[in-house]
Ligand binder design. Structure first.
Ligand SMILES: [Zn+2]
Ligand SMILES: [Zn+2]
Length: 160
């Protein structure tokens, strides 16, 4: 499955994930450092499996449990956003230094496509800047069928 991503997401003048974790008091292990670096350099949406095979290609040995644990930690700290595509199919995207954007998610193949949604701050101040609700994060997701899956659905005759 190919995930398209066409813009750089990391501003290298800013802190790295490692810096953020250190500032929050998490100690740095070798495995964790390798994973953070890979998350930062690959950009776009990824899952634990693509992360794992990406690291293997670079001959970086990190166990899958370490990857799962680190992703969980990043998610908890809101440094990555998690997308639940299907049962037991999660994708992640780094939130650090990314511009806020919405996501089109194909329910058939799991493809995730970014789309611009204007200024999140407008939504935040219009909708949530009221005392009743303290907003922690905002996520805009649209679900449906991508172009390829639409084509595939059309060419498969008579199937439900
Ligand atoms: Zn699709
Ligand atoms: Zn995205």
């Amino acid at each position: 499955m190919r995930i398209k991503f066409d813009k750089p997401f990391l501003d290298r003048n800013h802190d790295s994930l490692k810096d953020v974790l250190c500032a929050k008091g998490f100690k740095s292990t070798r495995g964790r450092e390798i994973i953070l670096k890979e998350v930062e350099t690959r950009g776009g949406h990824f899952n634990a499996e693509t992360l794992y095979s990406g690291l293997r290609q670079k001959h970086q040995r990190v166990s899958k449990p370490t990857i799962y644990r680190t992703l969980k930690l990043l998610e908890k700290l809101r440094l990555v956003e998690r997308f639940d595509i299907k049962k037991n199919c999660f994708y992640y995207e780094p939130l650090l230094h990314t511009e806020e954007h919405g996501h089109l998610i194909c329910e058939e193949c799991g493809r995730i496509v970014d789309f611009a949604v204007g200024d999140f701050n407008t939504i935040k101040s219009d909708v949530f800047n009221k005392d009743e609700f303290m907003l922690a994060s905002l996520s805009i997701r649209a679900f449906g069928l991508c172009q390829e899956c639409q084509k595939a659905a059309q060419t498969a005759p008579g199937e439900t």
